[in-house]
Design a protein around this ligand. Structure first.
Ligand code: TYD
Ligand code: MG
Length: 450
């Protein structure tokens, strides 16, 4: 029997109420509760459950069951390949390349793929596929938004992998709500998860994000799926980072770095070369830092420009670096190293458009500022890796060995670290200089320039 019931559900957490509320009692969000009509049908008819009791020793291990794509970065972020029966959600801003990365991997996939698109027509997908690869192999395309029809086609074709672009466009007949509503997103995903687990079919789902960077739809969507990958980058720049935010089958420290060009996304084997404009930084106002993103160490270049303030209030503008942290570093410079930059404009830019949260680049930021302020370049071949605390002392950072070895690999001659750093690695061609505080840094980097 089918019955219709009017309820109210929160679009943030998915909580349901019999009446409208201004504030969700569960997650506390304001104005997030919306009317939902639920038509209760027999949901279980769509996908039959196949659960049975088994001994843990009888269960097959998943490790051999991973599907490996030709794209190594994608495999790495997934934790070593796509696990059969897993559901992966890929989020990112519009136009960042979610459809491109999935179509690219579908075309070159070792297993047959059904690419379901509710966003583009088959002709548009064909155009995109031609841009990416000359001989698309194992990939079927379906432009459909009705979940029942999608399931029917999955049954007919029996593909090895499903791609759904995007979860906000699918709709099941069991509910009257429009696609993209809390109920539709939640219910369609739960049906797909059931299907994935039942027949061991991996499903990759695209999820749009809201203005504030969260996945649009109920928050529980992230709890329901096995893996959440976030695709990010600066649309003005070529590079993109695929980051693992949740992974039931691997580490969340993995990142994949890509470059977007006219024929799709290319993996970047050597990211440090992408972010450092020239190794021998001879211009004043530039300093090189070793940062760690996930498990990978990357060299980045920080550029600073210090000039006399034209207006009464000096400007502090930062691109890629937290501006509150910049203000803090400027205050430390003024107080602890005696530099009068309170009346100067300070601009900071991290080249390549990458955004860095890692505090290990503090010393490099300060050095770039000092270098621009006195118009003397930092000795070439020198790089930095330490945090600065409020007293102007250098603090050690995590994974120092990995960072030093990356600087050495790229031919740097000297790396400045904190004197508290515990270094287990014995470098051959790079000198590690352990310093205590900011004044020692100033002396060290401009020493040969006097
Ligand atoms: P797309 O994958 O459609 O983004 P999303 O699905 O996340 O919204 O990416 C589209 C952008 O990528 C678009 O601005 C064009 C660009 N692009 C290239 O630069 N080269 C290419 O080969 C392709 C296919 C897209
Ligand atoms: Mg898209």
């Amino acid at each position: 029997m089918i019955s219709k019931q009017k309820i109210y559900s929160c679009k943030v957490c998915g909580a349901q109420y019999p009446k409208w509320l201004g504030q969700c009692a569960k997650c506390g969000s304001w104005n997030s509760v919306e009317e939902d009509i639920i038509k209760k049908g027999s949901k279980n008819d769509l996908v039959q459950s196949k659960s049975e009791v088994k001994k843990i020793s009888e269960i097959k291990s998943l490790e051999n069951e991973r599907i490996k794509f030709s794209d190594d970065e994608f495999n790495r972020v997934l934790g070593g390949g796509l696990v059969r029966g897993s559901v992966v959600l890929i989020s990112g801003e519009p136009g960042i390349g979610k459809s491109t990365i999935l179509l690219q991997n579908s075309i070159n996939s070792p297993e047959s793929v059904l690419y379901v698109s509710g966003e583009e027509s088959a002709e548009q997908l064909k155009l995109r596929a031609e841009r990416i690869s000359e001989n698309p192999k194992n990939c079927y395309v379906l432009t459909e938004t009705n979940l029942e029809l999608i399931l029917k086609n999955i049954n007919k074709i029996k593909p090895g992998i499903i791609v759904l672009d995007s979860v906000q466009t699918v709709q099941t007949d069991l509910f009257d709500n429009s696609p993209g509503s809390t109920t539709q997103i939640k219910e369609c995903t739960s049906i797909l998860i059931k299907l994935a687990k039942n027949i061991g079919l991996p499903i990759l789902i695209v999820g749009h994000i809201t203005k504030d960077g969260n996945i649009a739809g109920p928050k529980i969507l992230e709890h329901m799926v096995d893996t959440v990958l976030h695709f990010e980058g600066d649309k003005q720049h070529q590079f993109r980072i695929l980051r693992s935010k949740k992974n039931r089958f691997g580490s969340t420290n993995e990142i994949g770095i890509y470059e977007m060009d006219q024929s799709g996304l290319k993996t970047v084997a050597n990211p440090s070369e992408l972010f450092v404009s020239k190794k021998q930084n001879t211009e004043p106002g530039s300093a090189i830092a070793v940062t760690l993103d996930g498990d990978r160490s990357i060299m980045i270049e920080i550029q600073a420009l210090v000039s006399s303030a034209v207006y009464g209030t000096p400007q502090r503008i930062s691109n890629g670096f937290n501006s509150k942290r910049l203000n803090m570093l400027l205050a430390i410079l003024e107080k602890k190293a005696g530099f009068k930059i309170g009346v100067k404009d300070v601009f900071i830019n991290i080249t390549g458009g990458i955004k860095i949260e890692d505090t290990a680049i503090d010393v490099a930021v300060v050095s770039a500022i000092l270098s621009s302020n006195i118009n003397v370049s930092v000795t070439s071949g020198t790089c930095f890796c330490a945090e600065i605390d409020l007293s102007g002392e250098l603090r050690s950072v995590n994974n120092i060995d990995k960072r030093i070895s990356e600087a050495e690999r790229l031919g740097y001659k000297k790396i400045i670290v904190s004197n508290n750093s515990k270094i287990g690695y014995t470098p051959k061609s790079i000198q590690t200089v352990k310093l205590k505080n900011l004044s020692q840094v100033v002396k060290e980097i401009f020493r040969e320039k006097d």
